[in-house]
Design a protein around this ligand. Structure first.
Ligand SMILES: [Ca+2]
Ligand SMILES: [Ca+2]
Length: 177
């Protein structure tokens, strides 16, 4: 596994622990779903429902695949194993990525404006400089928009154990920024 992949996973673990108690549990994903949906006021109900379902599926997959000690919570040590067998998470990550990107594109034109992107990523908990660096790495148009498909692909790459030097690395706080 690449160090960069470990750093990405470690960062997302801290963000997904939305209630800050050091482990992931169902509550964290409900909390995160609410925060993210609130950050996309222009999205329609179907898109919001899809996001909520995607967060639930994400949690269900984690607890099914990774809860080694069977306590209904995912510790960081348990979570780390998700990058060791990415094929077990591909479909869940794909559903999550599509739902998140769809929230950022309420008019369905396949493009996401920077303020919508910033609002969603801030709701997840990423830092503003990191969010802007990522958006810039997606090669925005003259009107400061990025393609939905580019973002979806980047979310999938974020979890890939063998990838380094990718835009997603810009989300990890540290000297790279
Ligand atoms: Ca927690
Ligand atoms: Ca556990």
């Amino acid at each position: 596994m690449r160090t960069e992949a470990t750093n990405r996973i470690a960062h997302v673990f801290t963000l997904f622990d939305a209630n800050g108690n050091g482990v992931l549990e169902a509550d964290d994903f409900d909390l995160m779903a609410n925060n993210v949906i609130e950050a996309a006021p222009d999205a329609d109900k179907a898109a919001k429902d899809a996001m909520r379902t995607a967060f639930r599926q994400y949690w269900t997959t984690l607890v099914t695949e990774l809860d080694t000690n069977d306590d209904g919570k995912i510790s960081y040590e348990e979570f780390e194993a998700c990058v060791l067998s990415p094929e077990r998470f591909d479909s869940t990550i794909a559903v999550f990525a599509e739902a998140l990107a769809a929230l950022g594109d309420p008019d369905g034109d396949g493009l996401i404006e920077r303020p919508a992107f910033v609002a969603l990523m801030t709701a997840i908990g990423f830092g503003r400089p990191n969010i802007d660096a990522l958006f810039d790495a997606f090669d925005p148009t003259d009107l400061d928009r990025i393609q939905v498909a580019v973002w979806v692909a980047a979310i999938k790459d974020y979890y890939a154990p063998d990838k380094a030097g990718i835009p997603g690395d810009l989300l990890v706080p540290g000297p790279a920024i």
